[in-house]
Design a protein. Structure first.
Length: 317
């Protein structure tokens, strides 16, 4: 069990454990050194893969873990290609450097989005307000036109209501006077007596019913106006909710660009993260290029030479 770390390192880096165990301590140290470097890179990219899957792909916790493990698998395979190369050519080094630059930029973007999360949310609130206004402008214009028409109708009904109310105050009731003349005649048709009576009739002004109808009409128009005004707020809230729910990776990058470029400190932090990721991405490559050939490498070369000699003998008649 004392060689468990060495076994794990050989499994991770692709070294042959039996050959390493029979080699010098320097070969075992090289394996452990590469293992530590790969673990550093893998842990960082597990975090980035998890954050990317949960934040932008909107996956669950399990999906985020799977995304982090997939990213770790990719990183391990990339580093293994460098570690297990007998000779690192200029083309493979150039390709690895290019890949390291791309991955460092991507990693710096994701880390900055996490670091500047609060600043991005503030910027998002400003941008979201503009987007909501643009999205609901047409609907709001139509509703505002309807509200303006209702205001005109309410003003006209109120004016008429005030006029009827004033008339009712002056004439709460209507008095009608009518005269009744009666004539008494004898058998010959001669008028004997004539009487005249005057009667008065008092009735409620019919405009009171009209005023009640105007009052109901005004209440109905005001209720409709309040409903339309409330619908404007509802439309804004719904659009804002929809736009916030559909925030994508490109939107986040745009907001991050605005936040980072708004100050020198933001640019410095972004460059700091990018250089950090670039350094750890090139960590294994630099160690591979600067390490001297170990007895493990010579043992592999020796086995290769023996195998080639055997094949050459088999080709001889």
């Amino acid at each position: 069990m004392k060689d468990w770390w060495l076994k794990f390192g050989c499994f991770l880096t692709g070294f042959n454990y039996n050959l390493v165990r029979n080699s010098s301590e320097q070969s075992a140290k090289n394996v452990k050194k590469y293992t530590s470097a790969m673990l550093l890179i893998v842990l960082v990219w597990i975090f980035i893969g998890f954050s990317f899957a949960t934040r932008y792909l909107h996956l669950s916790l399990i999906g985020g873990i799977i995304g982090g493990l997939l990213m770790a698998f990719v990183i391990i395979q990339i580093e293994r290609i460098i570690i297990l190369s007998t000779k690192v050519s200029a083309w493979s080094s150039g390709f690895r450097i290019l890949l390291a630059v791309v991955m460092s930029i991507l990693g710096a973007f994701i880390m900055d989005q996490i670091t500047f999360k609060d600043d991005i949310e503030l910027r998002k609130a400003q941008v979201m307000d503009q987007r909501v206004k643009l999205a609901v402008k047409q609907s709001e214009d139509d509703l505002q036109k309807q509200i303006a028409d209702l205001d005109t109708m309410i003003a006209a009904a109120t004016k008429k209501y005030d006029a009827v109310s004033l008339d009712l105050k002056k004439n709460p009731v209507i008095v009608t006077t009518y005269t009744n003349n009666s004539v008494t005649k004898d058998n010959t048709g001669k008028e004997l007596n004539s009487t005249r009576s005057t009667n008065r009739s008092v009735m409620e002004n019919p405009k009171k019913l009209e005023m009640e109808q105007l009052h109901k009409q005004i209440e109905t128009l005001q209720t409709k106006k309040f409903e339309l005004a409330a619908s404007i707020t509802t439309i804004k809230e719904r659009k804002e909710k929809e736009l916030k729910a559909s925030t994508g990776f490109l939107d986040e990058l745009t907001l991050l660009h605005d936040v980072v470029t708004s100050s020198k400190i933001g640019i410095f932090v972004y460059l700091l993260f990018m250089l950090f990721f670039l350094a750890i991405e090139l960590f294994v490559l630099v160690m591979k290029l600067t390490d001297k050939e170990s007895d493990y490498d010579k043992l592999l070369q020796h086995q290769t030479n023996i195998r080639m000699q055997m094949l050459e003998k088999l080709r001889l008649p």
